[in-house]
Ligand binder design. Sequence first.
Ligand code: ADP
Ligand code: ADP
Length: 226
Amino acid sequence: MIEFKNVVKDYGNEVLGADHLTVKINQGEFVYVVGPSGAGKSTFIKLMYHEVGATSGEIRVNNYNVSSITNKEIPFLRRELGIVFQDFKLLPRLTIFENVAYALQVIEKKPEDVEKRVNEILAEVGLTEKAQSFPNEISGGEQQRVAIARAIANRPGILIADEPTGNLDPDTSEEIMRILEKINSDGTTVVMATHNSNMVNEHKHRVLEISAGKIIRDQEGGGYED
Ligand code: ADP
Ligand code: ADP
């Protein structure tokens, strides 16, 4: 569960990054966050995992009060969230297997459990054959599938994706959408910031439209024109 109450983020610019955001996202929802560049989509998303701190207001993510979280608690909050970015952010010197395993090793899982889970998750995103490849040896769509595998390896309840199809062609974007919807159908909340109106219009889900830091539309099954 994600809940924002009157959340403000003031970067000191003319326009607030978040202007009194109040919204609730229940477990298992699929939510698009849409709006033009500079509207505040990334800010909304970064507030959830405390990449940016709120100026005022209250943010709750599962049992965490994110707006008053301590530095010690931040890594624990982030274990409950998988995060995927437009530019994949894979580690270039590690293989695909190692990129996914790394996320599990840092949370002190036994090596045999790590190996089993990595193989399982790579199969789920269709990348078993690429396990020993390096990121620069696979396509953008495959790299994004690795990033998704890494994000959900630890079975977080929430998957956050900031423009996950931003660098991908339409067919590959479609493939990524199907994977995100599959993850969502298993009960994981998906929050996806996007400009990709084709995806929003073809795969209907709740739409939160942001403009100048404000939610100007909250519509179940809504569309979007970029
Ligand atoms: P979007 O993701 O929709 O493109 P952002 O959340 O990145 O929008 O930006 C919202 C507003 O906040 C913009 O005016 C942007 O310039 C500003 N902003 C974002 N991050 C920072 C920052 N670190 N410092 C100052 N201003 C920022
Ligand atoms: P995107 O819109 O591609 O998601 P981001 O919003 O993540 O890009 O911006 C990239 C980086 O630049 C972030 O660290 C963000 O905080 C920072 N940033 C964005 N807008 C501004 C701004 N107006 N002033 C200073 N930093 C900014």
